[in-house]
Each structure stands twice: as structure tokens, then as C-alpha cells.
Ligand binder design. Structure first.
Ligand SMILES: NC(=O)c1ccc[n+]([C@@H]2O[C@H](COP(=O)([O-])OP(=O)(O)OC[C@H]3O[C@@H](n4cnc5c(N)ncnc54)[C@H](OP(=O)(O)O)[C@@H]3O)[C@@H](O)[C@H]2O)c1
Length: 304
């Protein structure tokens, strides 16, 4: 199949594009700069130059493909306070690509986060049956799923807050390591028993491919291999590898310690992927979050 991939140059894209190419698919990857184009080519894909804001480019590329995987997201804008702008751009991109896919039965795989379940007041282990009713990316997630009512084989992959591997240079784990290094201690909030789900980037990539090949329309898919790692275990692994103490941070001091991550760190977000694994025969095989942190690659990369 010919697959148009937005965000092809990013962390998840750098796992998804090679996975698609290895499986014999032809990939057209969106790139907004020369350096992104170079990265996309190095993964074995052709390049579609353009940005998320060039909606005609997105429409044309989506129409030319047999399937679309949408990974691009304005993280820089989100991290610098313009969460609303990042979500608005995401929604407009989804609408533009959805428009040209309407009535084609082609696959459109969108990306959301399991954190939406925590924001949607899911207090038990979140499942694929739980809708995202609140949270910054709920509207975009539901817009992708709604395309299933208009002749698009649309589905959403919900990723956990930590997609981890040696391909991860700017996600939450490198950010937590950078904070711990700067503060000289690795923090968790309160008792640190709140749980974070996680997945290895290469397992996530396999799920995107399976979703594109076979997910039924309207599927909510969970890219989760660790159902819920107590956050204090994540902090302990970081502390041990940096050789700094692991400490509890009071909730009222979390913003000062974690900066923008204070919004995410204390969230209890245990999430299951049992239905996804059964539906698509997906079988995550790569190391879990704590083992991956302990492999050491995060502590030798320039980003952390
Ligand atoms: N990684 C995680 O732990 C995690 C967790 C939950 C959800 N997610 C979601 O998974 C998706 C992929 O994440 P990621 O980790 O791969 O992110 P990433 O490494 O930050 O990559 C983001 C991608 O989006 C592209 N992009 C950003 N702004 C753009 C714009 N204005 N026009 C065109 N392309 C633009 C980037 O292109 P450049 O190379 O040019 O910058 C890059 O290819 C995102 O929706 C993300 O929010 C990720």
C-alpha cells in the first residue's frame, strides 16, 4: 500500500516508517524542513514537503495514498504554552485529510493519548471501551473516530505518556532525566504510587502498521505494553542511573520542580491493551519502561 505519514521525521515516525517499509509498503512522509526531509528519506520513504498548516498539501497527499497515518503534532507550541493552538492545528489537519478520504473506505489512523482517559474521569484501569470525553486531545480523537460514519476506515491509537526507546530524544523520559540532572535529585509527587502506562517505540510502530492493515472502522486502539508502572519506580530508575537521590515532591511544589510536566507527572493512568492485542494479534515484545531506562541509553544521549 502507499501510505501518507505525517510526523514521519519524529520519534514515533522514525519507528513507524521503517516498520512500514520493511513490511513492503511504500511511504510518502510529510517534512517541513530540509533536515526533516533528509531524515524521512533515510528511513526509506519519499518526501512530501509541507507543514501541518498547508491544508491543500495534506489533502492532495492524503488523496494520492491508499492509507494515512497521522503522527505530526505541534509539540513545540504545546511545550511553550499554546496547547490550544496545537490542538486546533491538529483538528484542522484531521478535517482536511478526512474530507478527501470520505467515502473511500481507506484507512486513516489518528493519534491520541491515554491521558485523555484520566482527564475523562476514568478511575479504574482504562480500556478501549472508554470514550475520551475530556482532555486537550479528546476533540481530535473523536473527530477521527467520527470519520468511520462517512466511509473512512478510521481508528485512533492512544499512546501512553511514555513511548520509550533509544529513538526517544525529546519525550517525557528525557525531560524527566534533564530535570533530575539539573535538580540533583529524581522526584515523584506525593507517595509516587500513581501509575503511568508505557510502550516501547518499536512495539508502537508494529501496532500502527497492524491498525493500518486491518483495524475495523471506529476502533480505539491502545498502544500499551506496561499497564501501569508506579511513578516512583520510574523516578528510582532515573535516580539510580544518575546516581542522585530519589525524593518525594509535595503536590504544592510540583510546578516548581517539574515545570510544564507537573500537569502530567501525578496522573494515575493505568490502561489496558487486552482488546487491542486480541483484535489485531498485536504482541508487544520489547523491554518495559523501567528495564529500558536501566539499559542506559537515555543517559548517554545528548538530549538528556
Ligand atoms: N512520544 C510519546 O511519548 C507520545 C506520547 C503520547 C502521544 N504521542 C503522540 O504521538 C505523535 C507522535 O509523537 P512523537 O513523539 O513522534 O513527536 P515528535 O518526535 O515531537 O515528532 C513530531 C512530528 O511532528 C512534526 N511536526 C511538528 N510540527 C509540525 C508542523 N507545523 N508541520 C508539519 N509537521 C510538524 C515534526 O516535524 P519536524 O521533524 O520537522 O519537527 C515531527 O515529525 C504525536 O501526536 C504525539 O503527541 C507521543
Amino acid at each position: 500500500m502507499k501510505v501518507f505519514v505525517t510526523g514521519a521525521s519524529g520519534h514515533v515516525g522514525s519507528a513507524v516508517v521503517p516498520e512500514l517499509v520493511r513490511a513492503g509498503h511504500q511511504v510518502l512522509g510529510l517534512a517541513r524542513s530540509d533536515s526533516s526531509a533528509k531524515a524521512v528519506r533515510s528511513f526509506g520513504a519519499e518526501v512530501q514537503r509541507g507543514s501541518l498548516d498547508e491544508l491543500d498539501v495534506l489533502r492532495q497527499a492524503a488523496a494520492s495514498a491508499d492509507a494515512v497515518i497521522h503522527l505530526a503534532y505541534k509539540h513545540h507550541e504545546m511545550n511553550t504554552g499554546d496547547f490550544a493552538g496545537a490542538n486546533d492545528a491538529d483538528l484542522r489537519a484531521i478535517e482536511a485529510m478526512g474530507e478527501v478520504l470520505t467515502g473511500t473506505d481507506k484507512a486513516f489512523i489518528g493519534t491520541s493519548g491515554t491521558l485523555m482517559l484520566a482527564f475523562s474521569d476514568v478511575t479504574d484501569v482504562g480500556t478501549e471501551n472508554d470514550p475520551s470525553t475530556k482532555g486537550p486531545r479528546a476533540e481530535a480523537e473523536n473527530a477521527v473516530l467520527a470519520l468511520a460514519n462517512f466511509g473512512v476506515r478510521s481508528s485512533v491509537v492512544r499512546l501512553p505518556p511514555s513511548v520509550h526507546s533509544s529513538l526517544d530524544h525529546a519525550g517525557f523520559v528525557p525531560a524527566l532525566i534533564a530535570i533530575a540532572r539539573a535538580k540533583g535529585r529524581a522526584g515523584f509527587v506525593g507517595d509516587g504510587l500513581n501509575r503511568w502506562p508505557a510502550v516501547h517505540s518499536l512495539d508502537a510502530a508494529c501496532l500502527y502498521r497492524l491498525a493500518m492493515e486491518a483495524a475495523p472502522p471506529g476502533s480505539r486502539l491502545h498502544g500499551i505494553s506496561d499497564e501501569g508502572v508506579p511513578f516512583r519506580e520510574v523516578a528510582q530508575a532515573i535516580g539510580q542511573n544518575l546516581n542522585v537521590p530519589t525524593v518525594s515532591v509535595k503536590p504544592e511544589d510540583a510546578a516548581d520542580y517539574f515545570g510544564f510536566l507537573a500537569f502530567f507527572v501525578p496522573v494515575d493512568n493505568a490502561t489496558s491493551s487486552t482488546r487491542t492485542q486480541e483484535l489485531l494479534g498485536w504482541n508487544p515484545v520489547h523491554p518495559g519502561l523501567v528495564d529500558d531506562i536501566n539499559e542506559g541509553h537515555y543517559f548517554t544521549s545528548a538530549a538528556s
